[in-house]
Design a protein around this ligand. Structure first.
Ligand code: S3P
Length: 433
């Protein structure tokens, strides 16, 4: 089990390009495989999660070539996947398992989806329920992986009201809808990331979006295209927070995806008083990009507006570090979903903040954090093998006068394989042992 040892750092200067967006990388493989023709992807995230999706589709007979972050997918069309000869191992990746369930429920072969210890504890009932309503047959371990999906079922379209704001569930149902008889509609209680809808449209599939309701009809086809994956705002977040809290910082993050359904963290940091500006806004392949410049600032505690929660759902571990360095109290509510991510991100962050001497109160659906000074850690921080917890506590080194030890950082490579290298290149001091 590897760990990070961080030395105090004060300055953060320079320009960075963080790796490709994880959500878009997954979808490029899935939809590129189901398209007719050759899809060329650039900027693909070479992290374990996206690679798990890539290998799963290779196991289903899709020819996929990769040269670094360039991927060429020889699409087999919606009905061209072949039965894999063993279970598909999706590692740590909830996105792979939930989205692929929608596709596999509609194939004419049986399949099995398995994952690592963390993924094996995550709730899958949220995809099994709507898929079962559509006619799918899925066996699980009491709503958790492994999932055994029975092939050759005829799916019918549904009109589904999402019980939780989840882009993974929305995407799963829409992907099953590609194969279903009639129309499939999903209504979301709050806006969630819309990369699936955007990419389907880019590949020529008719998707109707009216307010919070997204509909498509089965029976169409997807046509290959070039996909340029922008930098992941979730990975950029660690550096946005790092620069916001550092005593001396001027950092520019280049070509970051600023899809309106993902920019909650920008709004939250700006509400906290971060000195953050966007420039060079452009659109590439249906996604918006910008360069983000962040300079040091004195942050203030805020009540995080609930409508921003789904738009920043993966960014809260890092935002909690920003809150720890802010003046006053920050309160997060309506964020129960954080408890079923790669770890229980409310409790695991609270435990780490306790070790750093930051006063906090855990709520059922959030946390209250009192900004203060990081004290000499009275223990080792346990990340519970959650990549975003590991990177968030590494960022705390910009305001900590002492070494921080973070255990179980192996999964950083699921989403951000060159995190340590990039962090050290702009002034942080992290060693992985
Ligand atoms: C994702 C959706 C979110 C997010 C995850 C990626 C996606 O999960 O937390 O990291 O790519 O659709 P939920 O749908 O469970 O909120």
């Amino acid at each position: 089990m590897s760990k990070f040892i961080t030395q105090p750092a004060k300055k953060l200067l320079g320009k960075l390009k963080v790796p490709g967006d994880k959500s878009i990388s997954h979808r490029s493989i899935m939809l590129g495989s189901l398209a007719n023709g050759i899809t060329e992807v650039s900027g693909f995230l070479q992290g374990e999660d996206a690679l798990a999706t890539l290998e799963a589709f290779q196991k289903m007979g899709v020819k996929i070539e990769r040269d670094g972050d360039k991927v060429t997918i020889h699409g087999v069309g919606l009905y061209g996947l072949k039965q894999p000869d063993s279970a598909l191992d999706l590692g740590n990746s909830g996105t792979s398992m939930r989205l692929m369930s929608g596709i596999l429920a509609a194939q004419n072969f049986d399949s099995e989806l398995v994952g690592d210890e963390s993924l094996s504890k995550r709730p899958m009932g949220r995809v099994i329920d709507p898929l079962t309503d559509m006619g799918a047959v899925i066996e699980s371990n009491d709503g958790k992986p492994p999932l055994k999906i029975k092939g050759a079922q005829l799916l019918k379209g549904i009109d589904y009201d999402l019980p939780v704001a989840s882009a993974q569930v929305k995407s799963c149902v829409l992907l099953a809808g590609l194969y279903a008889q009639g129309e499939t509609c999903v209504s979301e209680p709050e806006t969630t990331r819309d990369h699936t809808e955007r990419m389907l449209k880019g590949l020529g599939y008719a998707v109707k979006v009216e307010g919070n309701k997204i509909c498509l009809s089965g029976g169409g086809e997807l046509t290959a295209m070039k996909i340029q994956v922008p930098s992941d705002i979730s990975s950029a977040t660690f550096f946005m927070v790092a620069a916001a809290i550092a005593p001396q910082a001027d950092l520019t993050l280049e070509g970051v995806n600023i899809n309106p359904t993902r920019i909650g963290v920008i709004d939250i940091l700006q509400l906290m008083g971060a000195n953050l500006s966007l420039s060079n806004k452009r659109e590439i392949g249906g996604e918006l990009l910008a360069d983000i410049r962040i300079q040091s600032s004195q942050l203030k505690g805020i009540y995080i507006p609930v409508e921003l929660v789904p738009l920043a759902i993966d960014e809260f571990p890092a935002i909690f570090i920003a809150a720890s360095c802010a003046q006053g109290e920050t309160v997060l509510t309506s964020a129960k979903e954080l408890r079923v991510k790669e770890s229980d991100r409310i409790q695991v962050m609270a435990d780490g903040l306790d070790i750093l001497g930051i006063e906090n109160e855990v709520l059922e659906d959030g946390i209250k954090i009192q900004g203060g000074l990081f004290q000499k850690p009275n223990g080792i921080i346990e990340s519970h093998h959650d990549h975003r917890i590991s990177m968030s506590f590494a960022v705390a080194s910009l305001r900590c006068e002492h070494v921080i030890e973070i255990n179980g950082v192996d999964n950083v490579k699921t989403s951000f394989p060159n995190f340590v290298e990039l962090a050290n290149s702009v002034g942080m001091n992290i060693v992985e042992i």
